[in-house]
Design a binder for this molecule. Structure first.
Ligand code: KG4
Ligand code: ZN
Length: 343
């Protein structure tokens, strides 16, 4: 007998990637199209919401056509439509939501809301089936959050950043060092030539007993180190500073803080598994540290493939399948709204 195909289409437009993905029967990626807007925002040193919204509007329909073509399917083959409806830039989210509603209405299929942050963790299930409960850590440009996850659809926030996200810290430090945007990948490459013990930068909140994070003090410490207490001297390069040492020491401070806090969460909850997600997980130093500490603690570690760490829509499609299985009733779904906040 032929196995029934349940194809979920996922749409992702929460920030500066326009993405549509297709996942068959919950675990098989059949199309994964991501258009990054990074070239449009680079000149401003960060994402400009108005530019992001316009770019999503221009590219989303061509991307939909390409996605269907890549998977060699028709619109009518789609079983459910999922969309990131929080958190993110509100105008950007609304573009994806409008397209998702239109498709669900046109095809008379369920429309399912997906939390972008939860999807960053759930994407691991596409490679290695997740076991529950686990401690989830999402580290991206907009978020640094620890979760206690009891099932594919139960996420309890147990710690979060009180100021900058870790990816944001990478981006801001790269700006101070005049290295370009986005900062994460450039700092990682530059750090390879540096000494991570050269400068002892602060580890925010690492021993305050909470599971929260703080990265703004670290960012300011780098600024003062480069430009003096009143941040007045011009360029770190002109000051003759060792940029690779600064990058390596900064990166080590971030990685060390993330690993220590995650282990504190593991101990608090008696967890047996740690799951990572978000763009900062592309960082090889972070991946290695978590592999080492989890192996030492006897904890199972889930790391997404690098191409699934940054924003994509197969994570949305995979989560759509899971939510469809769990809840099954979506009559009011065309009233779905978008929200800038995570909860
Ligand atoms: O998950 P993501 O694509 O978008 C958000 O949801 O925010 O994450 C983007 C963030 C950026 O701040 C970027 O600098 C950071 O991930 N990032 C990295 C690396 N690659 C991307 N941070 C450190 N090392 C990297 N290799
Ligand atoms: Zn993201």
């Amino acid at each position: 007998m032929k196995r029934r195909r349940f194809i979920c289409l996922g749409i992702e437009t929460s920030c500066d990637e326009t993405a549509i993905g297709l996942v068959k029967n919950g675990r098989e990626i059949i199309a994964d199209v991501v258009l990054s807007q990074v070239d449009l925002h680079r000149v401003y040193g960060g994402v400009v919401p108005e530019i992001a919204c316009r770019a999503h509007i221009e590219s989303i329909l061509p991307i939909l056509i390409k996605t269907l073509k890549d998977a060699r399917i028709k619109l009518s083959d789609i079983s459910a439509v999922g969309v990131s409806n929080r958190p993110g830039l509100i105008g950007a989210l609304l573009v994806g939501l409008s397209v998702a509603k239109t498709l669900a209405w046109l095809l008379n299929k369920p429309l399912i809301a997906v939390n972008h942050i939860q999807a960053h963790l759930y994407v691991n299930n596409l490679v290695d089936e997740l076991t529950y409960p686990y401690i989830g850590l999402v580290v991206s440009g907009g978020h640094t959050t620890l979760f206690w996850v009891k099932s594919p659809t139960y996420y309890k926030t147990i710690g979060r950043t009180r100021d900058d996200a870790s990816g944001e810290a990478f981006d801001k430090v790269a700006k101070i060092l005049e290295l370009g945007y986005p900062g994460g990948p450039i700092i990682e490459i530059t750090a390879q030539k540096g000494n991570q013990s050269a400068i002892k930068f602060p580890r925010g909140l690492v021993s305050d007993g909470s599971l929260d994070f703080s990265f703004s003090g670290l960012k300011t410490a780098v600024l003062y180190y480069c430009k003096g207490q009143n941040a007045s001297s011009k360029s770190p390069l002109k000051n003759g500073l060792n940029i690779p040492d600064i990058c390596a020491s900064f990166q080590e401070a971030v990685v060390d803080t993330l690993a220590k806090k995650t282990l504190q969460a593991v101990r608090k909850k008696n967890a047996m598994a740690v799951v990572l997600g978000g763009g900062v997980v592309c960082n090889e130093a972070l991946r290695k540290r978590f592999r080492d500490v989890c192996a030492k603690a006897g904890i199972k570690l889930y790391l997404p493939l690098k191409k699934l760490c940054t924003d994509n829509a197969v994570m949305v499609a995979a989560m759509t399948y899971e939510k469809f299985k769990e809840f099954k009733s979506f009559q009011k779904s065309l009233y779905l709204d978008a929200y800038s906040t995570a909860e």
